[in-house]
Design a protein around this ligand. Sequence first.
Ligand SMILES: [Zn+2]
Ligand SMILES: [Zn+2]
Ligand SMILES: [Zn+2]
Ligand SMILES: [Zn+2]
Length: 371
Amino acid sequence: MAEALQSSLNNMLESNDSAKAEKTVPDGVETAISLVNFTGNDIEEPPFKKLRTNAHDRSLSFEDRIRPILSCCICLDLSTLSLFQCPNGHLMCSACFHHLVADCMLKDQESACPNCRCKISRRNCTRNLAVEKIISELPTTCAYCTHTCPRCEIKYHESETCPERPTVCEYSLLGCDWIGPSHCLTSHMTSCEYPKKTGQQLLDTIRIRKQKYDAEKTYLETALDLLLIHEIDANDISLTPMHTDDFSAKLYFETSHFKALECEWKVRVCINDHTSHPHTTSTRWLSYQLVLESNISETIKLKFFISKGPYSNLPALKFQPIISHFEFNENNTETEYIKLPISSLECNQILSSSSMKFRFWIIREISTASL
Ligand SMILES: [Zn+2]
Ligand SMILES: [Zn+2]
Ligand SMILES: [Zn+2]
Ligand SMILES: [Zn+2]
């Protein structure tokens, strides 16, 4: 055991010496390496050891050596997303960072950097734009051909210029479902039978398309009709974390009471349908319910939906509101939980942010015929 420790220490010293002896990395990058190499306690960090050893393996190319240095310290991948860093400079990709902070929030613990154990939060961690830019300049290979170019250019190549990129027939609008590499399109076009079809033969395709457009039009018209209704209320809600009184207390979020359409309401949000240990799951989702807090004597028929509000601290979050309806009466004061149409990553971003803010819309249903 002692021998193993001694030999690993020797290896570390050797790799440090060889790094000093052979200075081939540019100055700016070396600063990045020394920042990433800063650590409070080397002995307890095996994944980090692996990264540093690879980074000093002189038989590898410069790109292959720089890759582990710029990688996320949790998933060890080069991120295509934003990169965050702890106050000591350890890098985490956006997905891992938000998952980690959300995990700790769900466990009611303070989140710590996996490398140096310093406290991390959305407030004290910043993006590292320099490393994001360096990663975008590293070479990568096209998903369809052997072409290699900087990461920041690969999207354009794969979608616009790659001869192997999947392409649809120009008559796909008329129903041709041919998909093939871009360089085969010209030969397909000469043999495609769709331009020769009669109107009668194309009618089914056109009918299906029309149904789809009609459904979208109806959705937009319904949304517009709702906005023209007199009895509509929009509230900017802010949810705070709470715990149930059960034996194993579960975390959920709740607003304070708010007034809409002359009644008092609150909104509750739960994680993964109230499963017992949401921090052990890799996929997360949020659901909400509307709760009537006033006493009523008559049934109230409502339409309601949740949308991103103007005070959300997640500017990139986008989701299409789903309109629900419910009949409230004195015995029925809580709606079912309704799943928010957001991804697991967005869910973690919401959970890891300091506050959960949405805009909540409540519309009184006057009569079913008028909506
Ligand atoms: Zn990661
Ligand atoms: Zn750290
Ligand atoms: Zn290509
Ligand atoms: Zn075709």
